[in-house]
Design a protein around this ligand. Structure first.
Ligand SMILES: Cc1cc2nc3c(=O)[nH]c(=O)nc-3n(C[C@H](O)[C@H](O)[C@H](O)COP(=O)(O)OP(=O)(O)OC[C@H]3O[C@@H](n4cnc5c(N)ncnc54)[C@H](O)[C@@H]3O)c2cc1C
Length: 415
């Protein structure tokens, strides 16, 4: 039986561990902190095939530049001398065109769709306990001009990506979701989306993995690999060496710290986002929502209520900035009768693992033929985790992949 060592106990590491263990491998997860407490902990919990369009859209650079001069913009770059950041931004800007947007979306969609199906299966077969709900997702527009403009996006989603949605104008919107204020322009409801409570997903997955015999070693940081002839034999950790037949680096936004060990430069930047978790307000929304113009996401969970979003390129800055949290509550006030509810249960930030083309990396490392990378899931790691885990398992065990892995190769960065 092969022993596979996974670096990182986030949702991607958990999904890889699950499918490898189902395939009969012995699995060890090595986590530098606590399992499930990285970016996978406090995110918005959306499982959203509707979010197929990448950040690299035509006009994204102009919009980003404009927002840099706005006070309290959800998007922010902390100016500093950092070559990796500026090279990342330059490459991002180069991809903000129609062709690259469509290429990225075509790469993302199979992972989103397959994961959505696999979540249904996991909820039934694996017995996940994570407040799984299949109520779809509502995109809400405040102003008439933004609503009309957004229709171009929904046309594209319908015609090129076969997404189903229902258009809700004016009062139809408040009839559909009474938690919303009157006077909003309208919205679109995508019925295939689902949502869950991410911290519960992770603790449930931890329990299931342990019951399957997966070893989870916490407070243990991987610092490199050792082996011969391009075959790694051990993971070097702060707690000693761990032998394995194969290795998967699922270290999220921290993956570039292993650049030397992987023999390449991983183009991932941390994209800092925030969330606030509260009890459910009296007039709690029934459906998860995105307020497009204010870039605020709302997650009504069974045991709570969350506002999340914002995107900040500030390096590995670990401070919790209350002004960024206020952007969420202030934004939600434009749309909801009860945007907040006391007492606040958790104020949180996470570093999204952002690649400059919005597509994750699922590939072998150039230095070792048996060290795989599964990282860079951007804003959609939760939504793409099961298919990523299954694909990694197929690549390691030599089974025909259920998704073409080519779009996720490291080779694409060499162009
Ligand atoms: C505000 C916000 C809202 C979001 N909402 C959504 C959403 O609604 N839907 C969605 O699909 N996605 C969402 N995301 C994105 C999603 O959270 C991420 O894409 C996803 O969590 C990434 O998972 P991961 O396993 O790659 O990373 P992580 O969860 O960060 O896990 C990586 C783990 O690796 C560990 N690690 C790193 N280096 C080492 C090492 N050397 N040795 C050992 N361990 C190591 C870390 O400690 C960490 O625990 C959101 C993100 C944010 C910030």
């Amino acid at each position: 039986m092969s022993h596979i060592v996974i670096v990182g106990g986030g949702v991607i590491g958990a999904a890889c561990a699950y499918y490898l263990s189902v395939a009969g491998c012995k699995v060890t997860i090595v986590e530098q902190g606590e399992f499930g407490k990285g970016c996978s902990h406090g995110n918005c919990g959306f499982i959203c095939p509707s979010h197929v369009l990448p950040l690299t859209m035509p006009g994204a650079v102009k919009a980003a530049l404009k927002s840099l001069f706005l006070k309290d913009s959800p998007f922010r770059i902390k100016p500093r001398l950092d070559l990796a950041l500026w090279s990342w931004l330059w490459n991002f800007a180069r991809r903000c065109n129609e062709r690259d947007m469509m290429l990225a979306a075509a790469a993302i969609q199979p992972l989103l769709n397959s994961s959505r199906d696999l979540y249904d299966e996991l909820m039934q077969l694996a017995g996940m306990d994570c407040e799984w709900q299949t109520r779809g997702m509502l995109f809400v527009l405040q102003t008439r001009s933004a609503f009309i403009h957004y229709e171009k996006t929904t046309d594209l989603l319908r015609d090129q990506f076969q997404l189903r949605f229902r258009k809700l104008v004016g009062e139809e919107l408040t009839a559909f979701e009474p938690a919303l204020k009157a006077g909003l322009a309208g919205g679109w409801h995508f019925d295939t989306d689902a949502h869950l409570r991410p911290d519960k997903l992770l603790s449930s997955w931890k329990r299931i993995l342990q019951s399957r015999g997966v070893a989870i070693r916490e407070n243990c940081r991987v610092i490199g690999f050792a082996g011969q002839l391009a075959t790694a034999r051990t993971a070097r950790t702060t707690e000693g060496d761990i032998a394995g037949d194969g290795f998967v680096v699922a270290a999220g936004a921290l993956t570039p710290f292993l650049n030397q060990a992987l023999g390449c430069r991983i183009p991932i930047q941390p994209g800092k986002g925030y969330s606030i978790t509260m009890p459910r307000p009296q007039r709690c929304p029934q459906v998860p929502m995105v307020f497009e113009e204010h870039r605020v996401a709302v997650t009504p969970m069974l045991s709570g209520y969350r506002l999340g979003s914002t995107m900040e390129f500030a390096g590995y800055d670990a401070t919790l900035d209350r002004r960024r949290l206020a952007i969420l509550t202030n934004g939600a006030r434009h749309y909801l009768h009860e945007p907040t509810c006391e007492p606040v249960e958790e104020e949180w930030f996470g570093w999204r693992p952002m690649t400059y083309d919005s597509v994750p990396i699922i590939d072998a490392s150039p230095a070792w033929r048996n060290v795989w990378i599964a990282a860079g899931h951007n804003m959609l790691g939760l939504s793409m985790a099961p298919a990523t885990g299954r694909l990694i398992c197929e690549l390691i065990t030599g089974v025909t992949p259920h998704i073409d892995p080519k779009p996720y190769s490291l080779q694409r960065f060499v162009r």
